[in-house]
Design a protein around this ligand. Structure first.
Ligand code: PRP
Ligand code: MN
Ligand code: MG
Length: 181
């Protein structure tokens, strides 16, 4: 019920602001990984749009791979159980890995990925997330690069889904609670 879109109670960030955040983090990654060739591990499906922005704004040599995990199954709350749907194709042993997430909410997905990548012998594991919902964290976890901090509200758009739709929207918005209550 914004003036323009009844699906959302508030628009948080549009694609221009998101691109600006990607430029800022891309420049940090260029500095932090100078002389290295990290692998961006894009967490499907939510991180797809943000990963494109971030990837385009990194200038050093960098690889990209994909992993598909899920725990929300389209709903508004985590099932607290992570399902690995499609694995990486790269060997991460002795590699510098940057996990690319759209959002860290409970932190369970990130904890799962960090432990998976460490078990496989990654040399370093850091995370670049578009959104961090600090008040949603259920585990003690920290993302290294954060686009925006957000409040404890259910958001969608720009890769994030509500029941698998709205990932295509060019902004992040707070979903109107009337939609799911
Ligand atoms: C969402 C989101 C993150 C994760 C964050 O993925 O894209 O990957 O949950 O939540 P958490 O911190 O509480 O674990 P989801 O399971 O909805 O799959 P999707 O990316 O395919 O939508
Ligand atoms: Mn996801
Ligand atoms: Mg989802």
């Amino acid at each position: 019920m914004t003036d323009t879109d009844p699906r959302f109670s508030k628009i948080l960030h549009d694609h221009r602001e998101i691109e600006t955040a990607a430029k800022r983090i891309g420049a940090q990654i260029d500095r932090d990984y100078a002389g290295k060739t990290p692998i961006l591990v894009v967490v499907l499906k939510g991180a797809v749009m943000w990963a494109g922005d971030l990837f385009r704004n990194i200038s050093i040599d960098v690889e990209m791979d994909f992993i598909d995990i899920a725990s929300y199954h389209g709903g508004i709350a985590s099932s607290n159980e992570i399902t690995l749907r499609t694995d990486l194709t790269s060997d991460v042993k002795d590699r510098d890995v940057i996990i690319v997430e759209d959002i860290v909410d409970t932190g369970l997905s990130l904890r799962y990925l960090e432990s998976l990548l460490s078990r496989r012998g990654a040399r370093s594991v850091k995370t670049a997330t578009m959104l961090n919902k600090q008040k949603g964290h259920k585990v003690d976890i920290r993302a290294d690069y954060v686009g925006f901090e957000i409040d404890n509200e259910f958001v969608a758009g720009y890769g994030l889904d509500y029941q698998e739709i709205w990932r295509n929207l060019p902004f992040i918005g707070v979903v109107n609670p009337d939609i799911y209550s």
